[in-house]
Write a protein that binds this ligand. Structure first.
Ligand SMILES: [Zn+2]
Ligand SMILES: [Zn+2]
Length: 828
């Protein structure tokens, strides 16, 4: 940095002390209740929501602040545009994460969480968010989880909560059940331990009943496309058919064939490829399939039983993902309904009982998994789809799975049809024979909400030997989570709560005799599936949410959060909202009108992590640069929906912009008139920032404001007040403290947040240079850059200087047609 610029930078910053300004305005906001929303009477309500954080012991992460600042800017912009904005923020504080941390450091989560929350609150207030802190909440507060339990009862009452013994993913290290979504590559998402399969009694929510609705509504909600795609894939709708295969006979020892020994039964399979039925050369059943025992021939029994035992010990995810194909033959055959030929029936662990019917028809010619299996066990492979121009009997070196352009071969009357045509025709034909019916299948499973842990809301159910399962009466909610010292999970698969007799035993609400409490707590994803409904009504302990306030403020206008929640939290929140709608508690069925996923922040090209020691600490940066510079810099890193790379040196450029804004307002003159050219740039900037903020294009908005301040201060000119005053309003969503201070120094009384959004003059905001199309004999031959109000001879000269145009003007023009500001046509 040269001597002279150092001097200038010091001048620019003269009198601007971010720490003092930020302290002053945070106090002022509290005193003047600037961020408190009049929920009852506010006009044009707008509810921008951010995903609430888990209050970790480490404090606020820069990623949290990146997310919250983006939401805060959007909320502040809506307020400047005249909306009453409600921006609440709370804490998602239950769950295994808090519990494991507490166990590790030998403390109780009930002691840790309030401290963590206090630290988060301090950090969040420093960041200058427009949060109405009267409406904060923590999911661990009995006043909150009372209503989480109430939500459970709504599902129980509607027959959507049920208990069943189920194969579940069990993490032996965390000693808890994991949802399928929490198992990554066969390992626990949290600790990386290989997951086992266990059979436990679990509470489920029947989200599968809502699969079609959850899918269909995706077409009408304004959400990030990536998020919608993730949900569509997760729900996994597939159209297909259930086809019945007649069981033929048992193999009676070596050499014997077709001697019928069992009642002929039928095996129903689900397939999305009925068009390939002629190529089905064997069937595969899940090892747990109820027909496996009757189908197994005596000579095969020992092998089959051993295989089934092995499969039962594996976890569900590994079974879906493990590459090596294993399986055993049952000794039985079924008849392919298309060919009439017998095909062998196998069992293999890659077929799961929960999907479809637990049995598949294998078409090795046209399915990679079936092909590998057929090769491993020497089963027949038949081609029934051929590519355009390909021989019907061309050998298959691998499965041919290309549908487009393929046609059916070796398939009787289906021959020659395209794959698409044959799908419909095959189902119709098999239906006519009474061996198939068209069905729709979903990949989505019911939501297992039981956790055999301590740190969660107890599921509000009581078991009585006389009366059976009893819901805890609403008047008895909340079922308080007892404060117990020993909450370490054990290997029994039973919650630690069961070890506490004084809590476990309870009078039956029906007969009064001694009964037992449910000892499972609910999944933390249930806590977060309805919290947005609670914010406006946190002060009500008689209802989960006030009917009128809910009508006025919900659904949420804009939701911002990480795309890692695309299929868990966001799907569950939609489901719970639909259930509450159906139960008549709310009059909308989609909770978030608009959802945008924000990107990720990395640092100097690397992912931030504690182990690498490269985590940005928001406290340090706010100490050094101020919250305004930090917020603005975070937004300047890259497109908000993509994220950006945090460069340590970069923030000084943003700080210098704020310094220049400060000195420009301080130096602004009122005498004389503003510069016309600068005013033109101002109006262009107002338009640009106003266009960028609604689409969360924050980085380009900051760039536009920086460019503008350079125009204002070109050659160290003295700015006019009219040139800088609207810039204070534009900058307010990003850097609210400095904006408030400058607004006050400009002589205004109220908060800049209530000053409105500056308007622009369309004529002034229009770019002064344009690209004008040039035609020769009515055909566009090129474009020239000219001033909007350029005269005909200027445009003509520019056009003739362009080789692309000039080469068509071979003789002197006979006529010139010129429309100022629009086009030029040269007639030769
Ligand atoms: Zn684990
Ligand atoms: Zn009873």
């Amino acid at each position: 940095m040269t001597e002279s610029t150092t001097q200038t930078a010091a001048d620019e910053a003269a009198g601007y002390d971010p720490a003092a300004v930020e302290r002053k305005w945070q106090t002022r906001w509290r005193e003047r209740r600037t961020n408190e929303t009049d929920l009852q009477n506010g006009q044009r309500p707008f509810y921008p929501l951010m995903m609430f954080p888990y209050p970790s012991a480490e404090g606020l992460h820069v990623g949290n602040l990146f997310a919250f600042t983006g939401n805060d800017i959007y909320g502040r912009f809506q307020r400047l545009r005249g909306h009453t904005v409600f921006e609440p923020l709370g804490y998602d504080a239950f769950g295994i994460h808090s519990e494991n941390y507490a166990l590790r450091i030998g403390r109780h989560p009930a002691d840790l969480i309030p401290k963590n929350i206090a630290n988060f609150r301090r950090q969040l207030e420093r960041a200058g968010l427009m949060v109405d802190w009267r409406h904060t909440l923590s999911t661990t507060d009995p006043g909150y989880y009372k209503w989480t339990q109430w939500v459970f009862l709504q599902l129980l009452n509607r027959g959507l909560a049920y208990k069943k013994k189920a194969a579940v993913n069990w993490c032996p290290k965390d000693k808890t059940v994991l949802a399928n979504e929490q198992v990554v590559g066969g390992a626990c998402e949290r600790c990386g331990t290989l997951v086992e399969q266990r059979f436990l009694e679990q509470w489920f929510f029947e989200i599968t009943k809502y699969a079609q609705r959850l899918l269909a509504n995706l077409d009408v909600i304004d959400w990030s496309e990536t998020t919608k795609t993730a949900q569509r894939n997760w729900i996994g709708r597939s159209e297909g058919a259930e086809v019945a295969f007649e069981v033929q006979a048992h193999e009676r020892g070596a050499g014997a064939t077709s001697e019928r020994s069992a009642e002929p039964g039928r095996i129903s399979v689900f397939t999305t490829r009925a068009d390939t039925i002629y190529g089905a050369t064997y069937l595969v059943l899940a090892p747990e399939h109820p027909l496996v025992t009757p189908l197994t021939s005596d000579p095969r029994r020992a092998v089959v039983d051993a295989y089934r035992d092995r499969a039962a010990k594996q976890d569900l995810i590994a079974r879906k993902t493990v590459k090596a194909k294993t399986g055993v033959f049952t000794g039985s055959y079924a008849l392919n309904p298309a060919t009439g030929r017998p095909i062998p029936i196998w069992i293999a662990d890659y077929v799961l009982m929960e999907y479809g019917t637990g049995a598949i028809m294998a078409v090795p010619g046209h399915d990679e998994r079936d092909f590998e299996f057929a090769q491993a066990f020497d089963l027949p492979i038949v081609r029934v789809v051929a590519d355009a121009g390909q021989d019907a009997n061309a050998p298959l070196a691998q499965a041919f799975t290309e549908d487009a352009g393929g046609h059916i071969v070796n398939s009787g009357h289906l021959d020659g049809l395209t794959v698409g045509e044959a799908k419909g025709e095959a189902v119709r034909w098999l239906e006519a024979q009474g061996v198939a019916k068209g069905v729709i299948n979903y990949r989505l499973h019911d939501w297992c909400i039981s956790r055999q842990r301590y740190w969660g809301p107890p599921i509000p159910v009581i078991y009585c030997d006389l009366c059976g399962l009893q819901a805890v009466p609403e008047a008895d909610l909340p079922v308080l989570l007892p404060n117990i010292a020993d909450f370490t999970p054990d290997d029994s698969g039973i919650s630690p709560l069961a070890r506490h007799e004084e809590w476990y035993h309870v009078p039956c609400p029906e007969c009064g005799k001694q009964a037992r409490r449910e000892t499972d707590v609910s999944d933390t994803f249930l806590d977060s599936a309805w919290y947005f409904l609670r914010y406006p009504s946190v002060d009500r302990d008689d209802v989960p949410f006030d009917r009128e306030l809910t009508k006025k403020w919900l659904p949420v206008d804009s939701y911002i959060g990480g795309n890692e929640h695309a299929v868990l939290h966001l799907l569950y929140a939609r489901f719970i909202t639909m259930v509450l709608h159906d139960a008549g508690h709310i009059d909308f069925e989609e909770p978030f009108k608009r959802f945008r996923a924000h990107g990720m922040i990395i640092r100097e090209g690397a992912k931030m992590s504690k182990s690498k020691g490269n985590v940005v600490n928001p406290d340090d940066l706010i100490d050094e640069w101020g919250a305004d510079a930090f917020r603005t810099y975070l937004m300047f890193l890259g497109p908000y929906e993509e994220g950006g790379d945090y460069r340590d040196g970069g923030i000084s450029g943003v700080k210098r912009f704020l310094d220049r804004l400060w000195s420009s307002v301080a130096a602004a003159r009122t005498e004389g008139s503003p510069d016309e050219g600068v005013m033109r740039r101002l109006h262009q900037t107002i338009r640009k920032v106003g266009d960028d903020l609604p689409v969360l294009s924050y980085n380009t908005a900051v760039a536009a404001m920086m460019k503008y301040i350079n125009v204002v201060r070109a050659h160290e000119r003295l700015p006019h007040r009219a040139e800088v005053e609207p810039l204070v309003q534009l900058v307010a969503p990003f850097a609210p403290h400095i904006a408030e201070e400058l607004w006050e120094r400009l002589g205004h009384d109220g908060s800049v947040m209530d000053a409105g959004w500056p308007t622009f003059d369309v004529a002034l905001a229009t770019e002064d240079t344009i690209e004008m199309p040039v035609q020769v004999n009515g055909k566009t031959r090129g474009k020239v850059q000219v001033e909007r109000d350029a005269a005909q001879d200027v445009v003509l000269a520019a056009a003739m200087a362009d080789a692309q145009v000039a080469k068509f003007v071979t003789t002197a023009p006979r006529k010139i047609i010129f429309v100022p500001g629009r086009m030029l046509n040269i007639v030769v």
